[in-house]
Design a protein around this ligand. Sequence first.
Ligand code: CU
Length: 320
Amino acid sequence: MPPEERKAYTDAINCIHSQPSNLDNAQYPAAVNKYQDYAVVHTEKTGQVHLSGFFLTWHRYFLSLFEKDLRDTCGYQGRFPYWDFAATVDDLETSVEFNGDEYSMSSNGAPNGTDPIILGPALTIPHGSGGGCIESGPFKDWTATLGFIDPLFLVSGQPLPNTTYNYNASCLIRDLNSYVAQTYTNYDLVETTAHSANASDLEFNLNGVIGGSSLGVHSAAHFTVGGFMSSIHVSVQDPIWWMLHTNIDRIYASYQINNPEMAYDLYGTETANNAPPSPNVRLDTIEPDWGYFDSSSIPVRDLLNITSGPFCYQYDQYVS
Ligand SMILES: [Cu+2]
């Protein structure tokens, strides 16, 4: 997008960030503004809407609710952008997304630490080039209020700690990681994902095997940014989250175009990693709600097609 449109987009995000929270402060002390409400709602739903049959459709609708808020509350009139992460693997820090100028999504974090990052017993990645607070750009002064949550909660199905929604202030941290970007989010892998053989293959190409030795393009894009983006529950706190997930939605829409006969096939149960065990998600299964942003009962089938039901949008480019 041209610089003015990018600036209008980040201005609108800052506008949401300046609105008061609509959540109960006693229950959710971390919900200090409306932007953090989105992060809190995502944290609450994480155990149902990742590594589950709801992943792609729940996020698709969550993106549309945020887009509508940018337009209705903050007067945004531009396009809802995506971060084509395969296009930036070789120039992350100087990309229009992360170069830190006033038209960007803010910079890398300041250099902080060099230790390798252990993602699980079978997977260690090198430290990125940051690790500290973001240094410049439109979100420089933001405060993250939700602390890190171990992704193992997702794998085990254990309830989140009582302290999850406590007010836990820090700067926005990033640790841009070219190694992860080049190794796990390159064009070949994005193309492979958009041409997945079926819905279970798509899930594997997006999310890999948590605790295993590989990363899918979705998980890897999170680890490419690092910091809060590496803690899936609370990752919405970093506003690059929306552009990352819009790119995942674009890859999903591409898969649906590339595989018309399987476009509406589903894979996964109603719980992350099927822990605790739950039924398979079907077309008429009701989605977990989106908190106060939309508490209505919407069946999965209504969220499968980007030009029907509540949706009417398209992408400028698909992954063919
Ligand atoms: Cu998510």
